[in-house]
Design a protein around this ligand. Sequence first.
Ligand SMILES: [Mn+2]
Length: 420
Amino acid sequence: MQPFKFVHAADLHIDSPVVGLKSRNDVVGARVQEAGYEALDNLVKLCLKEAVDFLLVAGDVYDGAIRSPRAQLRFRDALAKLADAGIQSFVVHGNHDPLNGRYSSIRWPDAAHFFGAEPEWAEATRDGESIARIQGVSYPQRDVTENLAARFSEPPDGELFSIGLLHCNLGGDPAHPNYAPCTVDDLKAKQHTYWALGHIHKSGVPYRDQFTTIVYPGNVQARAADEPGARGCYVVQVDGAGVVDLEFRALDVVRWDVREVSIEGLVGVDDLRDEVMNALEVALLAGDGRDVVCRLTLTGRGPVHADLADPVAKEEFVDLLQADLPMITPWVWLERLTDETKPDIDLEDRAQQDDFLGEVLKRAGSTATEEFQAALAEVFSGRRDGLEKLEDKEISELVDEARWYLADLLEPDDSAAPAA
Ligand SMILES: [Mn+2]
């Protein structure tokens, strides 16, 4: 067996609309919109620089069922650049870009292989000699609930390294649509040495032993705050004995960052501004030279809680911070500031005080959940659609929220009271 090298990517989501970025900044909007294309360029550059033998793309090349000519041409040009350098590409389509979507008529390079709706074999070659065997399948339509892995076949012989290329939800991850669900055992049974998967946007190696390596590279560019951290692909080196070496490589150009800032110990809004700006600076450094979009959540309790209690005042504060950000590449943008702070009160201490609020907090804190269950029985009697009985844990959370709300409302101290 000859040693060889390939890149495994997936979920390019070319032409993905910018989700969840309420950007009031042209620089950020334009950059984020272009980011997917730049990540694709980075993928091509990486393949060329590493002089790999081939590229695998495990589905969701395009974001929408209606593919824009621009998206298809950019992808065609990417594969053509690789073809010019003698690099083959093998592509399957997933739930975002199934075969029954609208495609423009395009001449694809001969070195680009697209798999159809039935699992079929293709061969990767170098100088006319076969180096690996790839079996892949594309989604005929979006909703593929069948276990597509079951339709794969075992390699005809052990002479060539064999790879399965599949867009699927391994292990039925509830965080992702359950398309082509399958298990590690389903995949192992097919005896491919490497499973190049797509669909789950977070990179990882769900299974690995000396016979089988199963890999999700994740998406190449994050699309929203629920996709924080590095995004990229794997460079896979296979030695003469068929041993697999994996290396993750970041391709993203705009990094999403999610972090918390505690207001504990902060006295005034000037302190708060400094603290938020510090957190943004740390996020920028973590981006390693990339532009960064950051979502911050304020936590803890302290006097500045009262400064942000009014939603309008909070938005104005965010506007001010955003206006102060120097938008020079690499920049960091504050996408959202979520306020989960609590008033400057120790609830348990406060409950001990001998006044009205103390009495309310004591009563609410000591009431057993059964009493709340009884009081709520009427509401949750099943007469109203969609209302299910609350768990004890949910009741405790609601009681806790109510106690904080009452403390905020009834505390005579100016610093903790909401604006009148
Ligand atoms: Mn998908």
